[in-house]
Design a protein around this ligand. Structure first.
Ligand SMILES: *[C@@H]1O[C@H](CO)[C@@H](O)[C@H](O)[C@H]1NC(C)=O
Ligand SMILES: *[C@@H]1O[C@H](CO)[C@@H](O)[C@H](O)[C@H]1NC(C)=O
Ligand SMILES: CC(=O)N[C@H]1CO[C@H](CO)[C@@H](O)[C@@H]1O
Length: 632
């Protein structure tokens, strides 16, 4: 008994009396008696109940079930003035009058003519009137009533917002919300259970369940593993009539995918990896690749390889992680030598970059494997015992003097014999010879430091058999100085003394040269030739700085007296033993210009001393120059 639409009207003599299918006995009518129009719902076993109202008529609807194709009488109007002699004419107007509904103008019976659809139009508002046939005047004022179309369950519930797609993390706890499905039903939600919907799972148990009233899908299984099954198709059914039989239903599919969590650790594909690498492989060579697999994807599968137990610093290899392939790349980190160690065994490990102890123990994100690296023998060239040699030898040492020995050896197991030789280009003068069997180098020619102070000789060592591999080394031979060169005056001095030079004046500064190269540097000593008489004219003053001055001992030099003086000068070096030389300088007396400059450089004095004129002398000199030029 619900959802009655009640319409109140002002006091009227037209009453509509109704009896309802659903509610026999719930009918109200005018009980003032003698006046009025009453409408009556025609129904089997209907009982009319009357209730007295003081001031107004209560109007209720007539009802007609929807979807009924057979025309039928749904009610009857009756006026109190109608006494059965057809003096009253009933007239219907309003929504659907004459078309959907008609009234029998004599009996007042109202009938529905058509099949009605509640979902299209739920009620009709109509007006009724009772007219006196004789006078054609209304017996009563027009009155309004409603015909309500009664719902039947003729609509299928429909899912909204399809398709349904959802993703949840794998291993999520029971009760995790997955999605909510929603269906609607066009039937009357207020009438019966025609639009009362109930959801249930058709496919997807026991992993998923649905709340019957809300359509919320939750997980109902604890350990859903993405690596075992990544996607579920959950079929949900909705039924109206509260799911009771006879209702309508439809279904929808919810696609549920599981997203990854880090619930797998990396696992090496092999327990043992065998690698081989030639002993001459350079540092950085890829020895091999190792690989672990991880059931997870994306960041949860990221891993890093390393050698176990911080071996990294001492090991011959390091392991890098290839960011693209997720492989461990084993790289050579140190030079190898087959002859000293030919196999290495070590442990490597791999660990997930992002561990998540919610799903696995810390240790399960880690795996270990063993690497076995075999070093392969390679025929290698001989190796000199020293990367280079540096020897010193004094110059002028006797031919045949042994300077030393170079040594090389074949590091290979076979240990081939080695022959030594000197690269001729490094010893063009053939100053050295080498013993081909033991590498002993001796002097083959006299060495002169002043000609060549270094002999940088390339010695080759070559294996006598197999691949004749060779290598070479440089022997730096430094020739040491011995004092084998005499010191000499630095140039051909032409000293002169001006007339009027005072005693004690220096007339010439002397210096000296020596081809030797003493370690402590040159030190020259200048002196006169020892004589029983002291030279009264000149003396030599050693300046103690590798120079010396010729000093006049008197003030009275004139061309008239004597034009030239001879002065022997001794230069000695500081070597052991000392070497010295004596040079005799000719000192010319000159009639100098005021500044002390001798314009003729002493030539004038020479000419005077020869008793010829200066012009004649110049002529002779020109001829000499010409002859010298021609002689070339
Ligand atoms: C090298 O061989 C030569 C000739 O057999 C020999 O005289 C010399 O002593 C040897 N030198 C060494 C260092 O063995
Ligand atoms: C030989 O080597 C020495 C030392 O490296 C160097 O000073 C010298 O210039 C070199 N001499 C020649 C001729 O290569
Ligand atoms: C050693 C020497 O040359 N002595 C000479 C110094 O000068 C006088 C005067 O001219 C000469 O007679 C000396 O021979």
């Amino acid at each position: 008994m619900h959802a009655w639409t009640v319409k109140m009207s002002t006091p009227s003599v037209l009453a509509v009396l109704m009896v309802f299918l659903m509610a026999p006995g719930g009918v109200l009518s005018d009980t003032r008696g003698t006046r009025g129009l009453e409408a009556q719902q025609l129904a089997p076993s209907s009982t009319l109940l009357h209730r007295r109202l003081k001031r107004s008529w209560i109007w209720k609807q007539l009802f007609v079930p929807e979807e009924d194709p057979t025309p039928r009488v749904i009610g009857q109007l009756k006026s109190n003035y109608d006494h059965g002699e057809f003096s009253i004419k009933y007239v219907l107007s309003g929504e659907g009058a004459g078309d959907v509904f008609e009234i029998d103008e004599y009996s007042g019976e109202i009938r529905a003519l058509k099949k009605l659809d509640r979902e299209e139009k739920a009620f009709y508002t109509l007006q009724a009137q009772a007219i006196n046939r004789k006078t054609n005047e209304p017996e009563e004022p027009q009155s309004e009533f409603i015909i309500q179309v009664q719902d039947i369950n003729d609509n299928v519930p429909q899912f909204q917002n399809e398709p349904y797609v959802s993703s949840i993390p794998e291993m999520c706890p029971v009760g995790t919300t997955v999605a909510q499905v929603t269906a609607t039903d066009a039937d009357d939600p207020m009438f019966g259970s025609n639009a009362k919907l109930i959801y249930s799972i058709l496919t997807g148990e026991p992993y998923f369940s649905v709340e019957p009233k809300t359509g919320i899908i939750v997980t109902s299984w604890a350990n859903m593993d993405r690596e075992a099954k990544e996607e579920y198709l959950v079929v949900v059914q909705v039924k109206d009539m509260l799911g009771l039989s006879g209702g309508y239903s439809s279904s929808t599919t919810v696609t549920v995918s599981l997203t990854d969590v880090n619930d797998n650790g990396p696992i090496f594909q092999h327990h043992l990896y065998n690698f081989a690498v030639p002993e001459n492989a350079p540092v950085g060579t890829t020895v091999g690749r190792i690989m672990a697999v991880d059931g997870d994807v994306g960041v949860h599968a990221k891993m890093t390889y390393s050698l176990e137990d911080d071996l990294e610093k001492s090991s011959i290899v390091i392991i890098n992680t290839d960011p693209v392939t997720q492989e461990g790349v084993v790289l050579l980190a140190k030079p190898l030598d087959y002859e000293s160690k030919s196999r290495y065994i070590m442990n490597a490990e791999v660990v997930n970059d992002h561990v998540d102890t919610r799903f696995l123990a810390l240790d399960e994100f880690r795996d270990r494997t063993t690497l076995k690296i075999i070093i392969e023998d390679v025929d290698e060239p001989p190796v000199f015992l020293s990367p280079s040699y540096e020897w010193e030898v004094p110059e002028n040492v006797a031919v045949g003097t042994v300077l030393g020995s170079v040594g090389a050896r074949d590091t290979d197991i076979v240990n081939n014999l080695i022959r030594y030789s000197i690269d001729k280009r490094s010893d063009p003068t053939k100053a050295f010879k080498i013993d081909p069997n033991n590498g002993t180098i001796a002097v083959a020619k006299a060495l002169d430091r002043e000609t060549a102070d270094w002999h940088n000789v390339t010695v080759e060592a070559k294996e006598t058999t197999q691949n004749h591999l060779s290598s070479s080394v440089v022997v730096f031979i430094k020739v040491l100085d011995i004092n084998d060169n005499v010191p000499r005056l630095a140039r051909d001095y032409q000293p002169y003394i001006c007339e009027g030079t005072q005693a004690g004046e220096v007339i010439q500064l002397l210096s000296s040269v020596d081809s030797d190269d003493p370690i402590e540097g040159h030190h020259f000593y200048f002196s006169m030739v020892p004589d029983k008489h002291i030279n009264p004219n000149f003396t030599i003053r050693d300046n103690q700085d590798n120079t010396a001055g010729i000093v006049a001992r008197r003030s009275t030099f004139t061309i008239k007296d004597q034009t030239q003086y001879l002065l022997p000068v001794v230069v000695a070096d500081s070597g052991f033993p000392t070497l010295s030389s004596t040079s005799t300088l000719t000192i010319t007396v000159c009639r100098c210009q005021p500044a002390g400059h001798c314009p003729t450089g002493g030539v004038e004095a020479l000419a005077l001393s020869m008793g010829i004129s200066i012009h004649t002398l110049l002529g002779i000199l020109v001829c000499l120059v010409t002859l010298t030029a021609d002689a070339r």
